[in-house]
Design a protein around this ligand. Sequence first.
Ligand code: SF4
Length: 319
Amino acid sequence: MTAPLLEVSDLSVEFPQRRQRLQALDRISFTLEAGEVLGFVGESGAGKSLTGAAIMGLLEPPGRITGGRITLQGQRIDGQAESVRGRRIGMIFQDPLTSLNPLRTVGDQLVETIQLHLGMDAGAAAQRAGELLDEVGIDRARIGAYPHEFSGGMRQRIVIALALAPEPELIIADEPTTALDVSIQAQVLALLRRLCKERGAAVILITHDMGVIAETTDRVAVLYAGRLVETGRTAEVIAAPRHPYTKGLMAATPNLDLVSVDTVLPQIPGSMPSLAALPPGCRFHPRCGDVMPVCRRTAAPFIDGVACHLYGAQTQEAG
Ligand code: SF4
């Protein structure tokens, strides 16, 4: 049996403080196949970006991986992500200006990336840079322009071209359209999805937006306070969410066919707990309308795609 493209097993991340160790990720496990788009969704502080940063080896100190393993095509990469970053795993951040050098033309940046990772000579790299611009819908005649000469949406297309230039097996896109006008978000996401599918590259798409998950991903992983709480095929999770947190996120997502200007969308009460004050048991229990006594004592095991005492063996104890 061939190994999945990416396998993350029991990944735990901590931030040691003077008096305590803050557990930011708690035994996160998932797999990703070539060409698949997996969405990570949850509110701020859920652990989505941290999971991406841990895979890329970009945890901010003093954050560190304290458990688990990460493999790419069967090769262990935790602790040595610099050997695959850029070349085999590309990253797209929220703000394209953080990824582009304002003092250099987009052509120079593309050519340098292609030469660095693919070893092409200058002529072949320039040709490839032009092709990449065409593929992301930017006229290659603008190869000599600087980042500030493009709109926000075009800059993010250029960042996508830069991430794809080394022909990576995996792209991690962290809120790639949050900084863009709503009218062009869908275009940029569709472009990212199409280009990655054409190349067989997998994508981890990090977002707080269930609408983006619905439109763009094949599978979804819902995170809450550093734990994976639900995962499954996107269409199935959206049609029938099981974890109360997933249900809350779904209910708070506007459906343009159904809402009017007067519609008040339901909110999940309360807010994401701070890492310094994580509740015992199920970390969602202070906000959960279905909370049971067992939830306050014991975290639910992750069984059959969901971690909740409403499902599985612990339910009997709940009464
Ligand atoms: Fe709610 Fe309990 Fe399920 Fe947590 S385990 S989501 S508190 S029902």
